[in-house]
Design a protein around this ligand. Structure first.
Ligand code: SF4
Length: 167
C-alpha cells in the first residue's frame, strides 16, 4: 500500500523510498517522528478538538477538518518543499477516490509561521497516478537503488546506513 510518506520520499530520494518501503528503519527515525509530533502538539494544542484523524485505505491523515474539507499537514522544516505538496496531493487524490470531492490542503510551517494552500487542480489525477506508478516501480525493484549524494543526506535518518562504508 502506498502512503503519503512513500510519495514524499519519491520526491526526496528513491533510495530512501525503497528502504522505508522494505521495512528498514533506523533508530533516528523515531526521534524525528517524535519531534514532528511534538511540533504539532505544542504549536497547535487545541487542534485535536477541532480536527479528526482520518484513515482511508491504509493511509492516515492526522488532522482533517471535515466541516471545511481541509487537510492540515504540519511540517517542521524551514522551507516549503515539493515533496510536501506531492504528499498532500496524494491525500486529496485518496479523498477523491473515496467520494470526498472539493477538498483542499493546508501545509503549515510553524517554524516559519507560514502556511501554504494546496488545491486539487485539473490534471492532478493523472499526475498523482504517475506518482503512484513510479513509487510502485521503485519499491518493486529487487535491489536498493544506488546511493546518490544529496544535500538532504546529512539530515536523513538513513545517513549512517548509507555512508557507513565511507571514510
Ligand atoms: S542518506 Fe541520502 S542517499 Fe541515503 S537514503 Fe538518505 S537521502 Fe537517500
Amino acid at each position: 500500500m502506498i502512503t503519503g510518506t512513500h510519495i514524499a520520499y519519491l520526491h526526496t530520494c528513491h533510495r530512501k523510498l525503497w528502504l522505508f518501503a522494505h521495512g528498514i528503519r533506523m533508530e533516528h527515525t523515531s526521534d524525528i517522528v517524535a519531534e514532528g509530533k511534538l511540533i504539532g502538539e505544542t504549536s497547535y494544542p487545541d487542534r485535536s478538538k477541532k480536527y479528526t484523524e482520518l484513515e482511508l485505505d491504509g493511509i492516515k491523515i492526522d488532522f482533517y477538518d471535515a466541516k471545511n474539507k481541509v487537510i492540515h499537514e504540519v511540517k517542521k522544516t524551514d522551507k516549503v518543499e515539493r515533496a510536501h505538496i506531492a504528499q498532500v496531493k496524494y491525500y486529496l487524490y485518496m479523498l477523491s477516490k473515496n467520494g470526498i470531492e472539493g477538498a483542499s490542503a493546508l501545509l503549515e510551517y510553524p517554524k516559519m509561521r507560514q502556511t501554504q494552500i494546496v488545491e486539487w487542480e485539473e490534471g492532478d489525477e493523472a499526475l498523482v497516478s504517475t506518482y503512484i506508478q513510479k513509487a510502485t516501480a521503485i519499491i518493486n525493484q529487487p535491489h536498493c537503488p544506488a546511493l546518490v549524494r544529496l544535500p538532504i543526506c546529512e539530515k536523513c535518518s538513513y545517513y549512517d546506513f548509507c555512508y557507513s562504508g565511507e571514510e
